[in-house]
Ligand binder design. Structure first.
Ligand code: SF4
Length: 380
């Protein structure tokens, strides 16, 4: 890969700083840690009296490595799902004893997320880091994007797309940058409620893929929508069991609260406690969506068409509101930190389970719900 010359950075990033031991959900809990080849070898050769026995016990070669710069080796997590190099204060022993330079490319880079689109590098932050979510939501100003010279020394490229290639010549996404920017502008159009902006985005995706089906009407929330959400939340609950006790707790609460109720009861909970908070802080979910569209190169996907990608954007957005409605109803109110927590947990659970996306989309198609008539009603 040729090193890029330019870097695009969204305005929310500023000076991200990991809060280490103060983090409520460390990125060193729950996942095996990936090691690039250089770091793997340095750990294997290390003679550090405290770290050597830990390196021998926990560092192993990854047989399924896809890039030597990313996952040549791994650190196996403990039974309690903590990285074995995390001390009781959730501080990294490797960083503390050997310095930041001794961290692997993955540990050094997270939660920074780099994509390359048509030769230009783009930086954003993974929302599975709570401090990144705080930074994203902290200002109510619309997110802007600035260009600068690329000077990053250590980084991992998440995806590389070149729409100037031959295979893109006939694709509706040939102007992916332009389509994504137009989509972001739609979501940032504060002259109308966020729900309407998402409907406009769906109509745009339909037009782009030549599937215009909405006959001027936008549908409301129905028993079928509620049923689909319950189905989705049940699948999510199974995935999140080991990963986040908070997520499991709220998944149980959501199912308890909304299984078997009518859409009207859900609407009442939503309108009474959550809606006033969201109406007062409309930038929160706008920023969440803008980051998602930018980071995921919306509406590109290697396996799905742009309208399917849009469906999953709506579903992920509405799921967060669904959980927040239950939180609001149980606690009698909602706070900024509750929104941070829900976005972080959902991102951690959903973004790291690729099959979730596929399975839910298949289910939506099986039920014939993959139309704007249906999806417009799922936008909460
Ligand atoms: S999740 Fe974010 S704030 Fe928490 S330890 Fe990891 S990088 Fe630091």
């Amino acid at each position: 890969m040729k090193k890029p010359d330019l870097l695009i950075t969204p305005s929310y990033i500023g000076n991200f700083k990991c809060i280490g031991g103060a983090c409520e959900d460390s990125c060193c809990i729950g996942w095996d840690i990936e090691l690039d080849r250089k770091t793997f070898k340095s750990y294997r050769k290390s003679g550090h009296p405290d770290l050597k026995p830990l390196f021998s016990e926990h560092v192993y070669r990854n047989r399924y490595c896809y890039s030597k710069d990313v996952d040549f080796g791994k650190i196996a997590i403990r039974d309690n799902r903590w990285c074995p190099f995390l001390d009781e204060n959730k501080l990294c022993l490797i960083q503390g004893k050997l310095g930041e330079e001794a961290l692997s490319n993955v540990c050094h880079t997270f939660p920074r997320h780099y994509n390359i689109l048509n030769g230009v590098c783009e930086l954003s932050l993974y929302m599975s880091c709570p401090e990144a979510v705080r930074l994203l939501l902290s200002s109510d100003e619309p997110i802007e994007f600035a260009e600068s010279d690329f000077s990053v020394k250590r980084f991992i490229i998440n995806s590389e797309i070149d729409t100037n290639g031959k295979s893109w010549r006939k694709s509706p996404l040939r102007d992916l940058q332009g389509i994504r920017m137009r989509s972001i502008k739609m979501v940032q159009d504060r002259s109308q409620p966020l729900r309407n902006r998402l409907v406009d985005l769906g109509l745009y995706m339909e037009k782009l893929t030549g599937q215009e089906s909405l006959s001027g009407s936008v549908n409301g929330f129905s028993p079928e929508h509620l049923d689909l959400f319950i189905y989705t939340i049940e699948s999510l609950g199974m995935m999140g069991e080991d990963e986040s006790p908070v997520f499991s707790e709220y998944t149980e609460a959501v199912l308890e609260e909304f299984s078997g109720v009518s859409p009207g009861s859900f609407g009442k909970v939503f309108d009474a406690v959550l809606k006033p908070f969201i109406d007062e802080n409309p930038h929160l979910l706008e920023h969440y969506l803008v980051n998602m569209l930018f980071q995921e190169n919306f509406p590109f996907s290697p396996a799905e068409d742009p309208f399917d990608v849009y469906i999953m954007v709506v579903l992920r957005y509405s799921l967060i509101l669904f959980y927040l409605a239950v939180m609001a109803s149980r606690k009698g109110g909602i706070t900024f930190e509750d929104v941070v927590s829900m976005i972080q947990i959902h991102s951690k659970i959903i973004n790291h389970h690729k099959s979730f996306r596929y399975n839910i989309l298949q289910e939506i198609k099986r039920r014939d719900f993959d139309s704007m008539e249906f999806i417009s009603g799922a936008i909460l």
